[in-house]
Write a protein that binds this ligand. Structure first.
Ligand SMILES: NC(=O)C1=CN([C@@H]2O[C@H](COP(=O)(O)OP(=O)(O)OC[C@H]3O[C@@H](n4cnc5c(N)ncnc54)[C@H](O)[C@@H]3O)[C@@H](O)[C@H]2O)[C@@H](O)CC1
Ligand SMILES: [K+]
Length: 510
C-alpha cells in the first residue's frame, strides 16, 4: 500500500492553482492549517538532519511573509532546539498571521533576527523560506538585491518547496531567484521542477510527502491527470519485456527505418542499433544503395533495402516497398534535406510514422500544419528546440515554458516530443508526459538517432499490444534517458557516445 502510494504520488504534477485547491479541500475537511505546517516542517527538519548531522552548524533561515516563511520559522525553532546555531533574516515587516506568530515565538526564544541579508554571511547552511507557490509577481528591491548577494556567496542552500523567485508553473525566474543546492518539494511535484529553465536553480530535488489524501488529489487532478511524470513503474509496464510463449516475428512488430545518406552513414547505423534494442520482431532499413554493405555488416539481422540515390541521399523508395506491410515507420536520421520525396512517401502512408532530424526539416519545408492535417495514422514528431521552431514558427518559445509550447502545437494532430533536459511529450488531447530525470551526457551527436530507432521498434511492437501510442512514446524516451544516466554513472558524462548508449539500453533493464 505504502509502495503504491509512493509510486502514484511520484507520477503526479501540479500547478500552483491545483495545489491550492488540493490544500483547500484538506483544510475544509478539518485539518488545521497550523497542524499541517508543523507536520511539514517536522519532515523537513528530519531531512535536514540527514544531510547536515553536525549540530554545531550555523544555519541562516530566510523567512518570507507567507506560509513558506511560516514553514521556515518552524524549521528555525526546531533546529534551535536540536542545538544548531540559528539566525533569521526576515525582509518583510508584514507577515501572515500564522507566520507572524511563529516569528514572535522564535524571537522570544532568543533566536537572533535581522532585516539585512549580510547577517547571514558567515552561515554554513541557508534555509530558503522566502516564497513558495504563493509568489505571483516580479521580485523587486531590496529583496532582489539580497537574493543577488546570497547567490554570490555560493553557500549550501536548501529551498523549501521551490527556490524562491521561480514561477511555480513555468519555472521562470521572476526577476531573480535563489540558486539552491537542494530543494524539498512539498506534497506533490510542482510543474516548475519539470521545466528546463528552472533546473539550474533547483539543484537536487526531493519530494517530501506529507500525506495529502489521494481522494483529494484525484478530486482536483482527475483519475487521468493531464500532466504525468513518467515513473519507472509506468515506463516498464509499457515495454514488451515479456513475450507470449507462442508467437512469431511479425507478431512482434515489423519496423521500417528510412534513414542515412552518403554523408551520414553513421546515423543510419545508430538508428538501427536503437531499433535492435527494442526487441522488435523484424527490422527493415531503407538506405541509399551505396550504404547497403556497411549496414548489412553492422546489423546482420536487419533486412537492408538499397534505394536509388542522388547526391548521396535516397532519391525515392523502390516499388518493391509496400508501406502498408509494416507496423510502423521511423524516418529521418541522416537523410539530408535532399530526401524530400521519400519523406513525402512516408507521410502518405497509413501506418504510424515517427519523424526525426531531416524528416522534420523536410516536413517544415512542406508546410507542417497542412501536411499533418492530411495524415490518416498517428504521427510522432521528435524535435529539439531548434527543429521545433522551424516546424512551428508561430508557437510559444520552446526554450521558455516548454510544457505550454508542446501542448499548443499538439493541437495540430501529431504527438510531439520536445527533447531537452526534461523531455516533454503532448498529444492532441492536450495531455502531457514528462521525463523527470536525464543527463547532459545525452547532449551529443547521434543520441537522438538512437531514440528514433528505439521508439520505432517499440511503436511497431505495440501495434499488436493495443497500448496507447503516447504511453509507448513516453516509455521509449524514459528508457533512452535512463540508459544515459546509467552509462554516465559508470563512464562519466564524457563517456556516453551514441554507440556506447546503444550498449546500455539492454543493461539498464537488467
Ligand atoms: N497552507 C499550509 O498549511 C501549507 C503551506 N505550505 C507552504 O505554504 C506555501 C504557500 O504559502 P503562501 O500561499 O502563504 O505563499 P508564499 O509563502 O509562497 O508567499 C506568498 C506571500 O508573498 C507575497 N508575495 C508574493 N509575491 C511577492 C513578491 N514578488 N514580492 C513580495 N511579496 C510577494 C504574498 O503577498 C504573500 O504574502 C507553500 O509553498 C509551502 O511552503 C506547506 O507547508 C504545506 C502546508
Ligand atoms: K522557498
Amino acid at each position: 500500500m505504502a509502495q503504491n502510494r509512493r509510486e502514484e504520488i511520484a507520477g503526479f504534477v501540479v500547478t500552483a492553482e491545483q495545489m491550492r485547491h488540493i490544500e483547500g479541500r484538506v483544510f475544509v475537511a478539518g485539518m488545521p492549517v497550523a497542524a499541517l505546517m508543523e507536520k511539514v516542517a517536522g519532515l523537513i527538519v528530519r531531512r535536514i538532519q540527514v544531510y547536515h548531522p553536525n549540530h554545531s552548524l550555523r544555519v541562516g533561515i530566510i523567512a518570507g511573509s507567507g506560509h513558506n516563511g511560516g514553514d521556515a520559522l518552524v524549521v528555525a525553532r526546531e533546529l534551535h532546539f536540536h542545538g544548531y546555531d540559528v539566525l533569521i533574516y526576515r525582509p518583510f515587516s508584514k507577515l501572515k498571521e500564522l507566520t507572524s506568530q511563529h516569528f514572535q515565538y522564535a524571537k522570544n526564544l532568543g533566536i537572533p533576527c535581522f532585516d539585512d541579508i549580510s547577517a547571514l554571511k558567515d552561515c554554513d547552511l541557508i534555509i530558503d523560506g522566502l516564497f513558495g507557490f504563493g509568489l505571483e509577481r516580479i521580485i523587486t528591491d531590496p529583496v532582489a538585491t539580497a537574493i543577488n548577494q546570497l547567490n554570490q556567496w555560493s553557500k549550501t542552500i536548501i529551498s523549501i518547496d521551490l527556490p524562491s523567485g521561480l514561477h511555480t508553473d513555468t519555472g521562470e525566474a521572476l526577476g531573480i531567484a535563489i540558486r539552491a543546492t537542494r530543494t524539498f518539494c512539498l506534497g506533490l511535484w510542482k510543474l516548475a521542477f519539470l521545466q528546463d529553465q528552472a533546473l539550474e536553480y533547483i539543484g537536487e530535488a526531493e519530494l517530501i510527502d506529507f500525506d495529502l489524501p489521494l481522494t483529494d488529489i484525484k478530486a482536483v487532478l482527475g483519475d487521468q491527470p493531464n500532466i504525468r511524470r513518467i515513473t519507472p513503474e509506468f515506463a516498464l509496464s509499457h515495454l514488451p519485456l515479456k513475450r507470449p510463449p507462442v508467437t512469431h516475428k511479425y507478431k512482434q512488430g515489423h519496423l521500417l527505418l528510412i534513414c542515412g545518406s552518403h554523408k551520414y552513414a553513421g546515423g543510419a547505423i545508430l538508428t538501427g542499433l536503437g531499433a535492435r534494442a527494442s526487441g522488435v520482431g523484424m527490422l527493415s532499413m531503407a538506405v541509399p544503395e551505396s550504404l547497403k554493405d556497411i549496414l548489412t555488416a553492422q546489423l546482420p539481422e536487419a533486412l537492408i533495402i538499397g534505394c536509388p540515390e542522388e547526391t548521396g541521399a535516397i532519391a525515392y523508395l523502390p516499388e518493391t516497398i509496400e508501406l502498408s506491410d509494416y507496423s510502423a515507420i521511423a524516418c529521418g536520421p541522416g537523410l539530408t534535406k535532399d530526401a524530400s520525396s521519400v519523406v513525402q512517401s512516408a507521410l502518405n502512408s497509413t501506418i504510424p510514422l515517427i519523424l526525426d532530424a531531416d524528416g522534420l526539416n523536410i516536413l517544415a519545408q512542406l508546410g507542417t500544419i497542412p501536411t499533418l492535417s492530411q495524415r490518416q495514422a498517428p504521427t510522432i514528431l521528435t524535435p529539439h528546440a531548434g527543429e521545433f521552431k522551424r516546424l512551428f514558427p508561430d508557437a510559444p518559445d520552446p526554450n521558455k515554458d516548454r510544457v505550454n509550447a508542446v501542448r499548443k502545437v499538439s493541437q495540430h494532430g501529431a504527438i510531439v516530443l520536445l527533447k531537452g533536459a526534461r523531455t516533454a511529450i503532448a498529444d492532441h488531447s492536450g495531455s502531457i508526459w514528462i521525463i523527470p530525470e536525464s543527463t547532459p551526457a545525452l547532449a551529443r551527436g547521434g543520441s537522438g538517432d538512437v531514440l528514433t530507432g528505439l521508439m520505432g521498434g517499440l511503436v511497431a511492437a505495440a501495434s499488436t499490444r493495443k497500448m496507447p501510442i503516447e504511453n509507448i512514446v513516453a516509455s521509449a524516451a524514459w528508457w533512452h534517458a535512463t540508459s544515459g544516466i546509467l552509462a554516465a554513472q559508470e563512464r562519466t558524462e564524457l563517456g556516453v557516445d551514441a554507440f556506447t548508449l546503444t550498449q546500455y539500453l539492454i543493461s539498464v533493464l537488467r
